[in-house]
Design a protein around this ligand. Structure first.
Ligand SMILES: NC(=O)C1=CN([C@@H]2O[C@H](COP(=O)(O)OP(=O)(O)OC[C@H]3O[C@@H](n4cnc5c(N)ncnc54)[C@H](O)[C@@H]3O)[C@@H](O)[C@H]2O)C=CC1
Ligand SMILES: O=C(CO)COP(=O)(O)O
Length: 329
């Protein structure tokens, strides 16, 4: 197995830039690709990414580029563009890099229109590359600054997951490996929708008790969805599921929480990428196909679509028939 000395990071937003720094700290040589030549030139000149992650210096081993061909000699690639862009970007990569190169999705979402998870998007768009997934509680700003962070890296081939985790790990960035690709990608996608719900509760000033209730009952929805779509429960209760839900449902450093906060408070959203807003409808539609009850996620979807007021959503959730807390009678 390769030692993955050369890592390519595809997408130079906040998370791509943070992961590029993390990989450099792990001793890798890193090529950081931006689709925007001006942004790549600016990063090269300033040794910083002022658009994606202002105030954080790029590590010396990070080389920015806007040429996809510069990724061709990388041993593994991290795909760090928004979930809805992963298909076309993976397809373009498939034409530039050698067959068998691992392509690790670091996006958190589900493809709209197809209901494909990110590993499925990669398998369809770039069938000669090997899909893997990296997810877990990790704010870009924290990782970029070298604050202690732990995430999960999953691939069908456990040896590959272990080797990639070893290659990217450092004193401040700890990776656990897993073979449960589906579980890891479901946690990251679903928690974003639930973080919007938690933000709405905070924005409406419904109280800390309501915040805890929405997070715990939201997690029950994540568990039900995961079980229906083949995730392992230990994965869903681990870093990439419960861990990331705790992080993003806790406060406005999460862009999904911040979107919910603005919705709840009736103020303007900041316009930053909130993946849950794109995932909500496809998540709810997929749940319906398997008879999975997800009332909180459905309420978030209806609020985002403008079909339901926040007042009506709260009233409807509180008025649901009393039931057992668990699946039993
Ligand atoms: N920011 C964070 O703390 C974390 C983000 N993530 C996930 O990483 C993914 C990316 O998020 P961020 O980097 O934070 O977002 P961002 O908005 O900071 O950056 C997205 C980047 O992707 C580029 N991009 C957009 N569409 C593209 C396309 N069609 N082709 C090529 N490049 C394109 C943009 O130019 C931008 O540089 C999301 O799925 C997010 O959920 C995961 C963990 C942490
Ligand atoms: O996924 C994240 C942390 O793990 C980042 O969350 P937001 O996209 O909500 O900012």
């Amino acid at each position: 197995m390769s030692d993955f000395a050369r890592i390519g990071v595809v997408g130079a937003g906040a998370w791509g830039t943070a992961l590029a720094n993390a990989a450099a700290r792990a001793g890798r040589t890193v090529t950081l690709w931006s689709r925007d030549p001006a942004a790549a030139a600016q990063m090269t000149a300033m040794r910083e990414n002022p658009r994606g992650l202002p105030g954080v210096a790029l590590e010396d081993a990070v080389q920015p580029t806007a040429d996809l061909a510069d990724l061709a000699d990388c041993d593994a690639l991290l795909l760090v563009v928004p979930a809805q862009a992963c298909g076309p970007v993976a397809a373009a990569l498939g034409e530039k890099v050698p067959p068998g190169t691992p392509l690790v999705s670091c996006a958190k979402g589900i493809e709209r229109g197809t209901g494909a998870f990110m590993s499925e998007v990669i398998a369809r768009a770039a069938p000669d590359l090997i899909p893997a997934v990296l997810s877990g509680p990790s704010f870009a700003a924290d990782v970029a600054r070298g604050l202690p962070t732990a995430v999960t890296l999953a691939a069908v081939d456990t040896d590959l997951a272990r080797a990639l985790a070893a290659a990217l790990g450092s004193a401040s960035f700890r990776l656990y490996h897993s073979a449960d690709v589906r579980g890891v990608e479901i946690g990251g996608a679903a928690k974003n929708v639930l973080a919007i719900a938690a933000g709405i509760v905070a924005g409406r000033r419904l109280g800390a008790s309501a915040g805890a209730a929405i997070t715990a009952r939201g997690f029950a929805e994540l568990l039900r969805f995961g079980a229906a779509f083949g995730a392992r429960s230990e994965t869903l209760t681990g870093l990439s599921g419960l861990g990331d839900l705790i992080l993003t449902a806790s406060g406005p450093q999460s862009r999904n929480f911040a979107l919910g906060l603005a919705l709840g408070a009736g103020t303007a959203a900041d316009g930053k990428l909130a993946e849950g807003a794109y995932t909500a409808s496809v998540l709810v539609a997929m749940a319906q196909t398997r008879g999975v009850d997800m009332p909180i996620c459905a309420a978030v979807e209806a609020v985002l679509a403008g079909r339901l007021s926040i007042e009506a959503a709260i009233e409807a959730l509180m008025a649901r028939p009393q039931r057992s807390e668990t699946a039993g009678p």
